[in-house]
Design a protein around this ligand. Structure first.
Ligand SMILES: [Zn+2]
Length: 108
């Protein structure tokens, strides 16, 4: 679901992005996430627990500073699944959804 929305925004703005040298969906997401993370970190009062390491078409990789582990979240059929917790409803998934909320705010 989240992924579909990301992709829809990308398709709508594809020509504009390609003029900026952003030619793939993954590059688009990486570009957006950099903006999002800057804004996110600026408004965060506490040192962030989660840091985005990598975003690809099929997965998101986070660093969880609380448990000092690298967390991989798979994107399967538009659903987010945390490979570390084997869950769809853990704090890592929650963080990904909160990124999505910020992303929507920026892109709308
Ligand atoms: Zn998790």
């Amino acid at each position: 679901m989240v992924y579909d929305k990301f992709f829809a925004v990308y398709k709508e703005n594809k020509e504009e992005y390609s003029m900026k040298g952003i030619n793939s969906f993954a590059a688009h997401i990486t570009d957006k996430m950099e903006t999002i993370m800057k804004n996110f970190n600026n408004t965060e009062k506490y040192p962030p627990r989660f840091k985005v390491i990598l975003i690809e078409d099929t997965r998101i990789v986070l660093n969880d500073s609380k448990i000092e582990r690298i967390i991989e979240i798979s994107i399967k059929k538009g659903m987010l699944i945390c490979e570390f917790c084997k869950s769809e409803k853990c704090p890592h998934i929650g963080f990904c959804y909160s990124l999505h909320q910020i992303y929507r705010t920026i892109s709308s």
